[in-house]
Design a protein around this ligand. Sequence first.
Ligand code: PHE
Length: 421
Amino acid sequence: MEETKKKNGFASGIGFIFAAAGSAVGLGNLWAFPYKTSQGGGAVFVLLYILCVLFIGVVTMLCEIYIGKRAQANPISAYKKAHKNLGFIGLVSIIIPFIITVYYSVLGGYTVKYTVNSFAGNAGILASFSNSKWQVILFTTIFIALALLIVMGGVKAGIEKASKILMPALFIIMVGVVIFSLCLGEGVSDGLKYYLKPDFKAVVHDDNWGKTILAAMGQAFFSLSLGMGAMLTYGSYTDNKVNLVKSTAMICIFDTLIALLSGLAIFPAVFHYTATEGVSQAELGMQGPGLLFATLPRIFENMGIAGKIVSFFFFAMVVIAAVTSVISLMEVVTQFVIQKFKLNRKIAIGIVSAIAFALSIPVGISLGSAFNNGTTLFIFGVDLLTLLDTITNTVLMPVTAFFACVTVGYIIGGKNAANEI
Ligand code: PHE
């Protein structure tokens, strides 16, 4: 254990914060948050989401980082250390990031495609791109290869360096896109109203409260990388120099800011284009997983020539944000494989990513079908990506997060934990 720690430990507290923020900020903020908001009726969802982050997310994150730091080991050993019967939660904490890696890589592939295609223009390519299986597989491969490249260097060298530059850059470019979007003119105020002024009646009428709350909670877990072994594993690489409370607060604030900015860029634009260009909300991807990919390219198109450059940098940032997130997902599984099967790091990560890649193929095909009004590879009436996303976010992650809190609150003991933290 000592050796793993030395090899992968974070050099500094700020290094840990950047790496953890790199894990948290990703497609959850940019892709999932606006999409789930549009499904949850707009501002009501945003409000519920913020409440979930404040009252559930912060505590859960603190607990998970603490469990990892305390045990300095993979999730199974960490939970077993707290109580001998809790090993199964550790196992679930490893299965979840594996499942997420599979579908995350498909979406990561989309962002790579949108980056390299920025100069040709991405407006309106969603249907044709998502439908061309070979392209989807190719870009998924590139995305996984990028993650592998960084991971092979170990946590410290790769992630720490990348995140320090990436995070502030992403923030700045997001603010720029938001300002542009807010200046689009007609429709913007309706978009802002939809996004920021809760309409409680709409949710009550649809009798959707339970579903909406669960979705907001799942989104909070997903976006903050909670309810699985990710924060726990990063926590296991920290030492006493790291201030857990301060780090947790900073990660949660930054992650939420990026998510809110993403919505602020997208919704005013959706209402602007439906008002002025005669497209339907559905064509812009509202209420579905295509929202980011259908709406943002239109904003860039509106920026003229400069838009191509902005698009390139924006999507490149999204790719990097997604890579730093997928790295943390793979890291959980890899660390476990290394410690359990005594494999060398490179072989372990190779095996993990090869299996994830194989499984991502049907998921990519299924998602493409969904974007083309098809039902190829659908289960329970939804595409595989949506299915896996729903299972992890709304079932497995809340359960794991619950156990993380119980472990700290009751098994380790709140007082003991508070003293140590
Ligand atoms: N939080 C990441 C995102 O928002 C996804 C993720 C989930 C990463 C769980 C690690 C663990 O994109």
